[in-house]
Unconditional design. Structure first.
Length: 429
């Protein structure tokens, strides 16, 4: 199969899978808006950074270990088999920390994220339930990354879509016919990664599978080697959490709970857009790592050009859709017909989505840098995009432009990061 056809296959299937993953968060937002109104969306948005942290740790371990596996397998190195087992066992150990905290202190966690007494009452059960299932979220990331890198993007896509469809259906069933409210939404989300892992098992049990699990003592050394290549995936996931925390605090001061509810609509909608670019980056990653492991640098650069061009085309489409359909998108989540919330969200959506003209490029380039073991530059671009630039832009622009400055912080931060990303690509060759 030609590189172009492999790229089309891997990227298209990963985009579909990642969109499916993001849709269940939109489903949560939609059903919670119907059941709990603006306060439910606010509670969900305040605990999203916890989700982001869990997903980030799982992505860092899973993607980094899968990259090591792919590169070593391309070189016929027998040590490749060690990375899957180590990833699974280390994720269990780290996941138990979240299980304990979520089981014992869910209300305190919601309050720490900025919730008042009303929000804590709404969000406590939701937080407790999803944190108790943390190891499954991490294992789902690991299984999906390894299945994709073991040459089966179709099963990886099916696992993501299957778990997302289950979540959406059970969201409705548990929240409305069974009347479980926020707890039902959390339970549907918590069980969904188990479905994804079960579908990934189709590959593990097939004759094409080359991944082996062996009981062994977890190795911090192997974990560190994996995390070095997975750091961009970590920051890519955690950046949404960092952005959410910073934006929530600024918006609470500028516009109160209604402003945070408006941002909840924007943040959850933007997750769909981010998922598309993550699909491009993760779809291209096995090709980057395989070709890099074989020493085919020219082919690696061709895949990079295809990835960047694909991301730019998709970004233009998203910006146009956000300008044309902002009112319709916001109306879906505004069950209480709150005019103030709608005005904040519509304006914010149009300004915020401009950032994807640069974000797609940044995400693809960062994925490329990790896949070819350019650890220092992958970390630099990731930390710039996910932490440094977004915090500085949010603080400066909100102080000068108010709420509009908060919305414009994302485009400004991505534009600054794009400059660093271009330099990183040149230096890494």
């Amino acid at each position: 199969m030609s590189i172009r056809k492999q790229f089309a296959k891997y990227v298209s299937q990963n985009i579909m899978g990642m969109i499916g993953m993001s849709l269940y968060i939109l489903a949560d937002t939609f059903f919670i808006s119907l059941a709990e109104g603006a306060m439910g969306i606010t509670a969900l948005n305040l605990v999203l950074p916890i989700y982001s942290l869990i997903f980030a740790v799982g992505a860092m371990i899973g993607v980094g270990s899968a990259i090591r596996f792919k590169i070593l397998r391309a070189r016929d190195d027998a040590h490749a088999d060690r990375y899957f087992s180590n990833a699974v066992l280390c994720a269990l150990a780290l996941g138990m920390v979240f299980v304990v905290l979520g089981g014992l202190f869910p209300g305190q966690i919601v309050a720490l994220m900025g919730g008042d007494a009303q929000i804590v009452a709404v969000g406590t059960s939701y937080t407790r339930i999803f944190m108790l299932f943390t190891p499954f979220f991490m294992w789902n990331h690991i299984c999906n990354a390894f299945v994709r890198n073991d040459g089966n993007p179709t099963v990886a896509m099916a696992a993501t879509l299957g778990s997302s469809l289950f979540n959406i259906v059970m969201d409705y069933v548990l929240m409305f016919p069974l009347g479980m409210g926020m707890a039902g939404a959390a339970l549907a989300t918590a069980v969904s990664p188990i479905i994804g892992i079960a579908i990934c098992s189709i590959h593990f049990l097939s004759k094409k599978n080359t991944i082996r699990f062996r009981w062994t003592v977890p190795s911090p050394k192997l974990l560190l080697q994996s995390c070095q290549l997975g750091i961009s995936a970590f920051i890519g996931e955690i950046s949404s959490g960092v952005t959410t925390i910073v934006f929530n605090m600024l918006i609470l001061r500028l516009a109160g709970n209604i402003g945070v509810a408006a941002y909840g609509v924007i943040a959850n909608t933007s997750l769909v857009a981010i998922s598309v670019f993550n699909g491009v980056a993760q779809g291209a990653q096995p090709l980057f790592s395989d070709l890099y492991g074989k020493g085919e640098r020219g082919a690696v650069r061709r895949v990079l050009r295809m990835g960047v061009l694909t991301a730019l085309v998709l970004a233009v489409i998203m910006v146009v859709l956000s300008r044309v359909g902002a009112e319709s998108i916001v109306a879906v989540f505004n069950s209480e017909r709150d005019e103030v919330m709608a005005s904040y969200a519509v304006n914010g959506l149009k300004l915020y989505f401009m950032g994807f003209l640069f974000a797609g490029f940044n995400i693809v380039v960062t994925g490329y840098l990790s896949a070819v073991e350019s650890v220092r530059w992958a970390f630099t671009t990731s930390i710039m995009r996910g932490v440094v630039a977004i915090i500085l832009c949010a603080l400066v622009l909100s102080a000068t432009l108010g709420l509009n400055g908060v919305w414009l912080a994302f485009p400004a931060a991505e534009m600054v990061t794009a400059v660093v990303a271009v330099l990183a690509v040149r230096k890494s060759r």
